[in-house]
Each structure stands twice: as structure tokens, then as C-alpha cells.
Unconditional design. Structure first.
Length: 115
């Protein structure tokens, strides 16, 4: 899977897996501003509109001091602020390209929940 091509539905499913959310819950950060705001704050996601690219948005999820995530932040784009931010969050955990097997393996490891 390429992070830059993930749809809202795929992003919601992947982030639910990575964050240990129960399947079928109302956790939809790619569609819900309140849900995304909490996630973006916790994961240090910055977003901004890209005037030169029409109505697209860009986002990056940066690491805090002491964060052991392998990815140091990758700029991602999307048609909405929420999709760009969710793609950046997935890229922080999984990189820019990954397989379903890698996703499931990472989901079993479940990252530590931060306050």
C-alpha cells in the first residue's frame, strides 16, 4: 500500500488497527474533525493548505524527543486537511509504502498510548 494513495475509509481502518481501537467504533479521523484534532495533537501533526496545488492540503507528523518511531516525518498530501493529516500519521508509523502483513504485524505491537 502507498500511504499517499490511501482513501478516507482505508485511513480510518489502518489508524484503528495501529492505535488499538475496536473494530466498528466511531473512530473516523479522516472524516471527523473532533476525532482528527485529538489525534493530530497527540501525534504532533501539522497541516496547511497548498495554494499552488489548488485545494490540496499537506501535512507532516513529527517526532517528539524520545519518540522511537522509525520515521522522522514525511510530508503527505490530500484533498482535505483530515486526509492529509491521517496520511502523515500513517506514514509516521508505517512509512510511505507497506504491505498488509507489515500493517498487521505492527498493529499487534500496538504503540504506547500517550496522554
Amino acid at each position: 500500500m502507498r500511504t499517499s494513495e490511501l482513501s478516507a475509509g482505508e485511513l480510518n481502518r489502518i489508524l484503528s488497527l495501529l492505535l488499538g481501537r475496536e473494530s466498528g467504533t466511531d473512530f473516523e479521523p479522516a472524516n471527523d474533525h473532533a476525532c482528527a484534532a485529538a489525534l493530530f495533537d497527540r501525534e504532533d501533526v501539522g497541516t496547511m493548505p497548498m495554494a499552488a496545488r489548488g485545494r490540496n492540503w499537506c501535512a507532516i507528523a513529527v517526532n517528539r524527543d524520545g519518540d522511537r518511531s522509525e520515521n522522522k516525518g514525511t510530508w503527505q498530501e490530500g484533498p482535505t486537511m483530515l486526509i492529509a493529516g491521517c496520511r502523515a500519521t500513517v506514514a509516521k508509523f508505517m512509512g510511505v509504502e507497506f504491505s498488509e502483513d507489515e500493517l498487521l504485524r505492527r498493529a499487534r505491537q500496538r504503540p504506547a498510548k500517550r496522554g
